[in-house]
Design a protein around this ligand. Structure first.
Ligand SMILES: Nc1ncnc2c1ncn2[C@@H]1O[C@H](COP(=O)(O)OP(=O)(O)OP(=O)(O)O)[C@@H](O)[C@H]1O
Ligand SMILES: [Mn+2]
Length: 301
């Protein structure tokens, strides 16, 4: 935890300068499950003692050397990394207690090697340069012809990812991962969600660009989104209930009401974008449920 749950990211900060949030990692895991994707490894909140559970037991000398006591006596550390790992950007206990998010550790890379894929709609990570997708309205036509997006479900998987990221306003999705042994016909993994849920008062329409440029969506995703726009299964209500199971919700709700209601607003924006696609195209819905019977009841929603 580096900042309070309610802190809204400064509008003058670029997405690549935003600080990560522990509650965003937790809420992203729950949102991914509510959407029925199951692509984010389990993440849970914990209260830890930074002294007894990190400083006193770590064998990492470089890490332990970054611990210090702040002017008011709190135990702080910053670790080692390229950006924001300095005395000016510490993580501090109170004086030892700290809220954190912990992710289930994926199998070792020797046992289950992963492949990291650059998102075709990756941002430029520059203040001045635009990415190709920002300049070319027909960018998706190129992506559709480029392996692995020319076959199977990879394109709609990336569109699912864009919907998840738009809902939680995560602009930092530069890569996604897969397990190498499963080849190209496999599910995606979404690690690194700490830059989501930074602002609740504004939406970032550009995150939906893959959906808007490709006009394609999985049928199962569309049905789930429609279900979650129904008053009795409202996304904000379902997510609030899901998050209440996390241990840290005893300290304070993991998402403020403002963030929860932003989700309902953004869900309507996604459904509107799908309708606008359907006004222009006939092949918008990718039927990934052909082999499943009894979809009628769902379709009614
Ligand atoms: N649950 C996990 N289990 C095992 N390894 C993980 C897990 N989550 C992340 N990692 C590994 O740690 C690396 C860094 O994690 P993450 O991407 O969250 O940090 P980051 O500092 O934001 O990185 P980047 O600068 O690439 O955005 C990942 O590329 C991944 O290989
Ligand atoms: Mn990152």
């Amino acid at each position: 935890m580096k900042q309070s749950r309610d802190a809204e990211t400064d509008l003058n900060l670029y997405y690549f300068s935003d600080f990560e949030r522990h509650n965003a990692e937790i809420a992203a895991f729950h949102l991914d499950r509510v959407l029925g994707y199951n692509r984010i490894p389990p993440v849970v909140g914990r209260l830890i003692n930074v002294t007894s559970e990190i400083r006193e037991i770590t064998t990492d000398r470089k890490l332990s050397r970054t611990f210090f006591k702040s002017p008011v006596g709190n135990v702080c550390f910053h670790g080692q990394c390229e950006y924001y790992c300095s005395t000016e950007h510490p993580v501090c206990g109170q004086p030892h207690t700290l809220e954190v998010s912990l992710a289930a550790f994926l199998p070792d890379l020797d046992l289950a090697p992963r492949r990291s894929w650059r998102s075709p709609w990756r941002r430029s990570y520059s203040r001045t340069k635009l990415a190709q997708w920002e300049k070319e309205p027909d960018y998706c036509d190129t992506v559709k012809q480029t392996p692995p997006y020319d076959q199977g479900t990879r394109l709609v998987d990336v569109i699912d990812m864009a919907i998840l990221d738009f809902l939680m306003s995560n602009m930092d999705r530069h890569h996604y991962e897969t397990f190498e042994t499963f080849g190209n016909e496999t599910f995606l993994l979404h690690l690194d969600n700490g830059r989501a849920f930074g602002r609740h008062s504004v939406d970032e329409p550009s995150i939906l660009t893959p959906l808007k440029q490709c006009c394609r969506i999985r049928r199962s995703t569309l049905l789930r989104l429609r279900l979650l726009s129904h008053p009795s299964f409202r996304l904000s209500d379902v997510l609030r209930e899901s998050l209440s199971q996390d241990p840290l919700s005893a300290v304070a709700p993991l998402l403020s009401e403002a963030h929860l209601s932003a989700l309902d607003r953004r869900l309507h924006t996604v459904l509107r974008a799908v309708r606008q696609c359907q006004d222009k195209h006939t092949d918008v819905v990718y039927n990934d449920m052909e082999d499943m019977g009894q979809t009628q009841d769902w379709a009614m929603l």
